[in-house]
Design a protein around this ligand. Structure first.
Ligand code: SF4
Length: 276
């Protein structure tokens, strides 16, 4: 792992994250050791390594927490997405604690925060997350099958650990999202629909695989396409799964599901006047 002195820790949101209503993204790391086969971040033009090396390198922004303390004021009350091109709860985070330090630095400024992760380590920071007034923790659960998960994202944490983390986050009173994104082949649609519905996340998102000819933020690597065809999973299967889920609960699809938690409700003028 490389350590890097970074110039900034909050970047203006772009692409579908910006369109979803976020002003900022926050990435404590570059690269991602979870190395999912379908990850769009593998194709980032600024990556120091070719896409085939995705998952095998990691750069930690060693001054991330110092920067966050210096720059957090600019995200006050605004929508922040953490993280867009890495996972904030990689194994390295256990000792480096960059994500935790950033969360602590932003806290006094109360941004509207979405934490997006596959890492059960997120539960370590429940004490800090509970002090955010406008927060959602999104956990990715792209399939019901551990065997399928292992093929598409062999270095990411097992699904049962993610479900356990979701349970702890919800029990702690935090808003949670489940991202079935990208939606991988599902082994038992009936049981998975039941499990998702029974858990009742605050937001539930599905997303089909799509090919955008290599455009950043929209594409999927060839290895993932190959696996999809190996499992015989296609658009019709995806659509049938989403329709079944929709019959039971609210489902957002694709970019429409990546929006910030609502901000404070504006006080009507008469309420302010009556207090004056
Ligand atoms: S965890 Fe997220 S950022 Fe990391 S490889 Fe998987 S999809 Fe990409």
């Amino acid at each position: 792992m490389e350590l890097l002195e970074s110039r900034s820790i909050f970047s203006p949101a772009t692409g579908f994250i910006q369109r979803g209503g976020f002003q900022w993204t926050c990435n404590p790391y570059l690269g991602c050791t979870f190395g999912c086969t379908y990850c769009y971040a593998a194709f980032l033009p600024q990556n120091r390594q070719p896409a085939e090396q995705w998952g095998r390198w990691l750069v930690a922004k060693k001054n991330a927490v110092t920067l966050a303390h210096r720059q957090a004021k600019k995200v006050a009350g605004q929508a922040v997405y953490m993280s867009s091109v890495t996972d904030p709860y990689l194994p390295a985070e256990r000792t480096l604690m960059l994500s935790r330090g950033i969360l602590e630095a932003m806290l006094p400024f109360q941004p509207r925060l979405v934490v997006q992760t596959r890492g059960p380590l997120v539960v370590r920071d429940i004490d800090v997350l509970q002090d955010y007034r406008h927060l959602r923790v999104n956990v990715s659960i792209p399939t019901d099958s551990e065997a399928i998960r292992r093929r598409f994202e062999p270095k990411a944490p097992p699904l049962d650990q993610r479900w356990m983390a979701l349970g702890q986050l919800q029990a702690a009173g935090l808003a949670v999202g489940i991202c079935v994104t990208p939606t991988l082949p599902i082994q038992n649609v009936t049981e998975f629909v039941k499990k998702l519905t029974h858990f009742a996340p605050d937001v539930l998102v599905c997303q089909n695989f799509h090919d955008a000819g290599g455009r950043f933020g929209a594409d999927t690597g060839p290895a993932a396409w190959q696996l999809l065809s190996e499992f015989g999973w296609n658009d019709t299967h995806y659509r049938q799964f989403v329709d079944r889920l929709r019959g039971q609960t609210t489902v957002f699809e694709g970019a429409a599901g990546f929006f910030p938690p609502p901000g404070p409700t504006p006080q009507p003028t008469w309420a302010c006047e009556s207090r004056a």
